[in-house]
Design a protein around this ligand. Sequence first.
Ligand SMILES: C[S@@+](CC[C@H](N)C(=O)[O-])C[C@H]1O[C@@H](n2cnc3c(N)ncnc32)[C@H](O)[C@@H]1O
Length: 577
Amino acid sequence: MSGLPSLSDRTPTLRATCDIGVTGRNLRWTPDDAHVTIVDVRLNCRVNAEPNREPRDRTTDRTTDLLARLHADLRRARFTVGALQALWGTAAAAALHRGERVPARRVLEARRAEHGSSADLATLAELFVLGLPVPADDVARALPELGVDAGAELGLIARRGPSVVASLDLRPYAFTDARGSGEWWILSDLGELAIEGPLGEQHVLGVGGASMTLAGLMLPTPARSVLDLGTGCGIQAMHASRFADRVVATDISERALKLAGMNLELNGIEGVELRLGSLYEPVAGERFDRIVSNPPFVITPRVAGVPEYDYRDGGMVGDELVESVIRAAGDHLEPGGVAQLLANWEYAGDRDGLARAAEWAGGLDHWIVEREVQHVTEYAETWIRDGGTRPGTEAFGRLYTAWLDDFEARGVDRVGFGYVLLRRRDAADVATRASGSAGQARVERLHGPLGDVGAGLGGHLVECLVAHDRQSSLSDAELAAIRLTVAGDITEERHYWPGDDDPTAMLLRQGGGFARSVVLDTGLAALVGACDGELAVGAIIAALAQLLEVDESALAAELLPAARALIDDGMLLLPSE
Ligand SMILES: C[S@@+](CC[C@H](N)C(=O)[O-])C[C@H]1O[C@@H](n2cnc3c(N)ncnc32)[C@H](O)[C@@H]1O
């Protein structure tokens, strides 16, 4: 996946799975906007403005027409990630990734006379990506189908004297998933640079680092139905629509649903239903094959004077929002269904955060990966800056104190971030499991960089889940009869004391997925080395027992669980079925 760099996005990205630019935080939403009603939604999207009611079609033909005209203009101007990067070059693009628009602006200004056929692209870039005022005549030329007045009617731009300014952030977003590459245009609220101040509390986020992390984690396999809880600008629903027959996208923010509807319409994406309401309220009594959520998990002090941003703050104390999303997920999953979310969890003294997250999963199979832990001081600084409050100001100090008071009141010293995958077991699955495991309960700390995950980590997750289900359905005798192979991205690393013939340490390294490294002892190194698909695991173990002069069943008792773990990690492969 790749996107256009952000002007201001500073959301911690849980180490994004792909080398992608991020789109920014957006416009300040004025109180007047609070009265916006959901009328501007796409032909194929229905918005249920009242929770638990049948969705109603609220599309207006006028909005559909305006978005179609905007689509035509963006296409004509080649408003794409690649064209923009070519326009301002790599150094300016890199500066944009760091939140600096000055180099891109200078490049555009210096080349103004030579833009030629790219003149309209440059205008759209200045207006929507850099958030600068642009002469109205230039905008009229760049948007010939839509026009300035209709653009204003759409809520996209506004006249300011002889110039036009963006009222929304609009930028291209490119991605690659298991179905191939694609590019969309994403509308969201303007970021801090464009509004030149802190974000409004009802700000609707564009595609940020966390959005792309979750999009990359999404299982890229067909599903009948997907719920996107907290859809924001609609990005997860858009990705899910590539694999699902039906997507329901919910949000507590009417404005978010309005922008999500516009994004679906602008990009011609069908089969997504938008519903208004909190958490699972809009889908009460319904179950889905998949749930995806980048929930508003940011821990925020509940005291006066601390902004409560819709896009990141679910209005609960500590990590209770994440707990509620996880605890209720099972009620909304079909048997065999999978929920995937980004989350954080508090550590308080000897109360282990990751263990608490696992507890919330209750009876669901779970695979929870902690990617990062921050001390509460670092956490507070990150999220205060994210809202646009500058360090060194009185406001920053006041908010910092509120955050630390809040953590102290619960004895919290650190906050973990990570990926949560929950599976509602299928009764048939459980019956076929032979390894004695009641289900998958996997909790791990993988704080290092990810491997090369190509079209996203989701493909790797699917392979690991399938492999786990297969290996856990095999008895030890059945596993011993199987011929395993080593995954193509695995290498072995050996370390020697200078002059020694025998290695002091041996490691298996994974090139893709979570870039795991596994320490090998002699027996496991020999087993993995012999897994070339020719010999069954049991035969390799028997030969090794002879060679190492050890008891064969004792060696099997050691190596078979280790082989199962390597299968779960995607490092050893079962034969294809
Ligand atoms: C972090 S943003 C995620 C947006 C988008 N899904 C993404 O991945 O970029 C969280 C979203 O949850 C919404 N939200 C906040 N509180 C909510 C609640 N109680 N129920 C449902 N959605 C909520 C916010 O309005 C926001 O759009």
